[in-house]
Write a protein that binds this ligand. Structure first.
Ligand code: GLA
Length: 466
């Protein structure tokens, strides 16, 4: 992408960050190496939570908080990685067909995930890994970490674009989004493709209506009388720890619900709830939930024996289909039953809300959009069990101070809330959150709570340093 086109997406401070990183990297790799800089934003999801891995739509915006990653090619297969934040240790690994991950929780796994994705994708197009160049990379991430705002997707997307640039490889953004959609599988989270697609395809002042299977995205203009307040609970939503276990469990529950529903409705080839919805043009949540209620108990034993009897399939096949195989196999807590009905009810009703939200935003009906966000939060809290007392309190604070709607955003179990409001009400909402949540909880709020703007998606430029 030419510098002039792409760099219009970069704000002045991002260009300055890239230049500072570029000077540092030049000192590391020497004077004449070509330098590339990738900028990748985080995202805040307006509505459509825990729907993407069921192949159902979402409505996020890319945010004006980004990761900048500067890279230069190396005359070997090595990738060296440094972070401007010294709390992230430097790393080094080698490009190869199968790159072994670092232990769970290592920040550089998100870069390895990106590199593995590029190697796998281009191997199918005749690019041998042995013929690729390694890269020296330097990262400056400003997307809040473990806050449900996709700092990990920003890092993965930035590393993907940078590695492709140093190797002279190019793809349209939608294909890049498909390529990185499953990147978190590398770190053991069975996530959908929302975060990476939002980071790559975002547009200034627009939300994105993203659909899956196949991936596609349509920009939806944010009304000029709307503002987004995003507030981090500071309750850690770190997807490499406890949240990963909870998240993967939801993936299993939703896919089991899809298979039970498919059997009840005589549908074949169903893997996820999106397949059921696509097979039934005239679907509605109440009818599908009722069909599921008749077909199976509301919750099932985690040993999957009951599930295999209901599906009339051998238990080992059901377990392999739902949990995966080998090192990546999902481990279920044997003491907790799998919730089927509640999870399906959330995913299906949330899908209906996403479709209504797109129309409400396009027609500027912000009250309705806010009401849909409130309903979404309630469904996530009651049916998906992924809110927390702290997130509920923050949502109440924001609504009490005039937000048109407020909900948890991202995977939940901590992380952030997003509130939709009139621009003139944003400072009152922030003040209410400070008074009603941050101060009583003894938390710093200065960097935790702000008005975010919908920003352009990721891009890469060649850096010309003076
Ligand atoms: C995380 C995942 C996404 C999505 C959300 C929940 O952010 O990475 O793919 O599933 O949770 O909507």
């Amino acid at each position: 992408m030419s510098r002039s086109i792409a760099s219009q997406a970069w704000d002045k401070s991002e260009i300055e960050r890239a230049a500072a990183l570029g000077r540092d990297l030049r000192a590391q790799v020497g004077g004449d190496a070509r330098l590339f800089a990738a900028r990748a934003p985080g995202r805040v999801n307006l509505i459509g939570e825990h729907t993407d891995y069921s192949g159902l739509p979402v409505l996020p915006v890319a945010i004006d908080r980004s990761t900048i990653l500067v890279a230069a090619s190396l005359p070997s297969l090595r990738v060296t990685l440094r972070n401007a934040d010294p709390s992230y240790p430097a790393r080094e690994f080698v490009l190869q067909t199968r790159i072994p991950p670092y232990p769970a929780g290592d920040w550089a796994n998100y870069v390895k995930a990106a590199v593995q994705g590029v190697i796998d994708h281009f191997a199918g197009r005749g690019v041998e890994v042995g013929g690729m160049s390694g890269a020296a990379m330097l990262v400056d991430g400003r997307v809040p970490v473990a806050a449900g705002l996709s700092s990990s997707a920003a890092l993965t997307v930035g590393a993907t674009l940078a590695l492709m640039a140093v190797n002279g490889l190019d793809l349209p953004p939608i294909e890049t989004a498909s390529m990185v959609a499953r990147s978190e599988w590398y770190v053991g989270t069975m996530a959908g493709g929302m975060d990476q697609a939002a980071s790559l395809l975002g547009q200034r002042d627009h939300a994105l209506f993203i659909e899956f299977d196949p991936l596609r995205a349509r920009p939806v203009k944010m009304p000029s009388d709307a503002a987004l307040v995003v507030a981090d609970s500071r309750e850690i939503a770190d997807k490499s720890g406890k949240v990963r276990t909870e998240y993967n469990r939801r993936v299993v529950e939703c896919s089991l619900a899809a298979r039970l529903l498919a059997r009840a409705l005589n549908l074949v080839g169903v893997r996820v709830l999106g397949d059921v919805v696509r097979a039934r043009k005239e679907w509605n949540t109440a009818a599908l939930v009722e069909a599921l209620r008749r077909a199976a108990p509301e919750r099932l034993d985690p040993d999957l024996l009951e599930a295999s009897a209901l599906l009339d399939a051998p238990a080992d096949v059901v377990a392999r289909d739902l949990l995966g195989e080998g090192a990546a196999r999902i481990a279920l807590d044997p003491a907790r039953p799998l919730e089927i009905l509640k999870r399906a009810r959330h995913v299906l009703s949330e899908t209906g809300r996403v479709l209504e939200a797109v129309r409400a935003l396009e027609e500027g009906r912000l009250d309705e959009m806010g009401a849909l966000m409130n309903q979404s939060h309630r469904s996530l809290a009651e049916d998906f069990d992924c809110s927390t007392a702290r997130l509920d309190r923050m949502v109440e604070c924001a609504r009490g101070a005039g937000a048109l709607g407020a909900r948890l955003t991202g995977a939940g179990f901590g992380g952030s809330i997003v509130a939709l409001c009139r621009p003139a009400d944003a400072s009152r909402i922030i003040a209410a959150l400070v008074r009603g949540y941050y101060v009583p909880s003894g938390l710093e709020w200065q960097d935790a709570c702000a008005v975010f703007r919908a920003s352009p998606g990721a891009s890469v430029i060649e850096l010309a340093l003076d």
